[in-house]
Write a protein that binds this ligand. Structure first.
Ligand code: HAM
Length: 404
């Protein structure tokens, strides 16, 4: 039997598809309230796009890409994340030259060749937003509030971690300090960190190795090495979050797994879903448009992991909906189909193609969670009527087919 690939799941059971579609409904509703528009970009992009944005030293690009040469000899990748494609589209459409503000939301499949485990898939879904053209840290705060609104409406509890990664004024000097600190401990750190020292030293802070972590506890902290501008922005960010009742904690080791960030970085985590606890992550990426040959444009965004959230959503109580229409004699099925088609102009309607007795039709309607079970027996056919039973309040009415 052919099965889906490891780490790639179907969304098929009622439990799954109701949660998935409910999430998209709520997230898009809230993104629209904040002025975001839908964008769709291809799943397949040139490999160079991800190398130049997410970064060659990141695990995502270094180890986890679904990369291959296509039939036209192009080096391509299944997207591991959504930001790079949106930035590419933004530049390709010359929106960087147009100026102004551009805000997009998207959702879809992302691919990372990771070791599958609970909460970690090889094909997973993200909902993301990207805001271009707004340099103010108020926008970063607003994005965090938008994510928080989405979680609130879905009944999802979270912890918010924030950090500042500095900018080109303060990051290089800090990097040097960190490199000299880590180099002085080179004998004791893990091989991954030794490699990071030459590719992307900041990422050592994120190392999961306990011995490394003990050493880095004494490392110089970025938060103490920010330039005045970054410090001011980081304070402003905190002030707004406090003023809007968004709880947060500063995590000085939060560096994010993608290279394009500067200044604000944040992550939402849940303690209810096991070790893969990050439910959303994002930050500012003011230099990415320029790195991809666009006109320098400030930008900030985040993405949420839909599969991880699906476990946490508190679903609203399911309501009965729509019409279940059936007959008691086979020769009247076609009339039932006609009435069902009429109802479908405005409502959910289902037609039973099999004649059944009243009790069995009620059972089927109940199973489908219909609000009304509508039945025609020989008496109703004769009188041109239909029995409509409301399955919520159990009332029953006989009405003429014309009025139905
Ligand atoms: P990210 O932190 O790599 O950021 O991914 C965002 C979210 O996707 C994570 O918090 C997690 O919930 C989910 N996720 C990541 N990998 C997996 C996986 N293997 N299985 C299941 N869920 C996963 C980004 O992708 C950035 N593009 C976010 C961003 C947008 N930054 C600025 N704009």
């Amino acid at each position: 039997m052919i099965k889906s690939l490891r780490g790639m799941n179907d969304i098929l059971t009622k439990e799954d598809y109701t949660r998935f579609t409910y999430f998209i409904e709520v997230a898009t509703k809230i993104a629209k309230r904040y002025g975001y528009h839908f964008i769709e970009t291809p799943i397949l992009e040139e490999t160079a796009l991800f190398k130049r944005s997410v970064g060659e030293s990141s695990d995502i690009v270094g180890k986890e890409m679904y990369q291959f040469i296509d039939k036209g000899e192009n080096d391509v990748c299944l997207r591991p994340e959504g930001t790079a494609g949106v930035v590419r589209a933004f530049i390709q459409k010359k929106l960087d030259r147009a100026g102004g503000h551009h805000k997009f939301y998207y959702y879809g499949s992302m691919f990372r060749y990771e070791r599958p485990q609970k909460g970690r898939l090889r094909q997973f879904h993200q909902f993301g937003v990207e805001s271009f053209g707004e340099a103010s840290v108020y926008e970063d705060a607003t994005l965090i509030m938008m994510a928080s609104d989405i979680f609130k409406e879905l009944g999802i509890g979270y912890k918010l971690k924030i950090n500042s990664l500095g900018d080109q004024n303060c990051m290089p000097a800090y990097r040097e300090k960190l490199v000299s600190f880590v180099t002085s401990h080179k004998e004791d750190i893990c091989d991954d960190c030794k490699r990071r020292l030459s590719t992307n030293p900041i990422r050592v802070l994120d190392c999961k190795n306990e011995k490394c972590q003990t050493i880095y506890a004494n490392a110089p902290m970025l938060i103490n090495n920010l330039c005045q501008g970054c410090q001011d922005d980081f304070s402003k960010l905190q002030n707004i979050l406090k003023a809007n009742d968004i709880e947060y904690e500063i995590d000085t080791k939060l560096v994010r797994g993608l290279d394009y960030y500067s200044k604000t970085a944040f992550e939402f985590v849940s303690d209810e879903i096991g070790s893969q606890s990050a439910i959303a992550g994002g930050g500012r990426y003011d230099r990415l448009v320029e790195f991809l040959d666009g006109k320098s444009t400030p930008a900030v965004g985040f993405a949420m992991g839909i599969e991880r959230l699906m476990e946490l959503i508190k679903m609203p109580q399911e309501k009965r909906e729509g019409y279940y229409i059936g007959v008691m004699d086979d020769e009247n099925v076609e009339l039932a189909i006609k009435l069902t088609q009429q109802k479908r102009k405005t409502d959910i309607a289902f037609c039973d193609y099999k004649a059944k007795n009243f009790k069995n039709l009620l059972k089927s309607a109940d199973k489908m969670n219909a609000k009304y079970c509508c039945v025609m027996g020989s008496r109703e056919i004769e009188n041109g009527t239909i029995v409509v039973k409301n399955l919520d309040d159990k009332t029953e009415q006989t009405i003429s087919i014309e009025e139905f």
